[in-house]
Design a protein around this ligand. Sequence first.
Ligand code: ADP
Ligand code: MG
Length: 208
Amino acid sequence: MPINQTKLIAMLNEISDKIIAERDFLTELDRPIGDNDHGINMCKGFEAVKVKLETLADKDIGTILKTTGMTLVSTVGGSSGPLYGTLFMKMGMQLAGKNEMTFDEFLDAFHIGIQGVGERGRSTTGEKTMLDAMVPAMEAMKTTWEAEHDEKTALGAGAEAAAAGVAHTKELIATKGRASYVGERGIGHQDPGATSFLFMIQTAAEKF
Ligand code: ADP
Ligand code: MG
């Protein structure tokens, strides 16, 4: 079943609520390998997103996603703002003018969004960032969608892969972002940005 504006806005509201609820946990993860602000940054961004969503009910899917991304860029001080902002803006550009999206269209847009994150951050997988959750999630969703053609099952597979990706970040030495300053001392700590993405996709899978 295609996803329409109402469904998308409801999902983005659920995702925002989850990020806001996990504010302290995400901030705490950023203490040993960063500057203790990831949850604060994300919470500020998604509180602003919630306010914006109230004005977007009659807008197309592309505009809703693009506005979400622009809101994150303009309200979040840390590097997660431009990075998550790019994810949503690129998805929005890809889905411009659409009143509904199929799951195939969502997956294509998500793929392009992730590529945008990598370009913006000059980063790739294996560097202990959000990409270590996003990329496996995308791959698992594609495989499961092709096999089962069920959105909720595909999102669930994405969430499982993201969780494995987050666990794997504990073993990685960061080469991008603030966590790269602590180098090997970051081993044993999971990446905050990968964890915030895990919360997003878990929420999408649960609430779909
Ligand atoms: P800051 O690092 O500026 O304080 P946040 O704490 O909000 O910003 O976000 C940190 C998260 O951003 C990291 O956990 C990581 O997942 C992600 N990140 C940082 N730099 C990059 C990058 N170059 N590419 C991809 N993700 C990155
Ligand atoms: Mg930080």
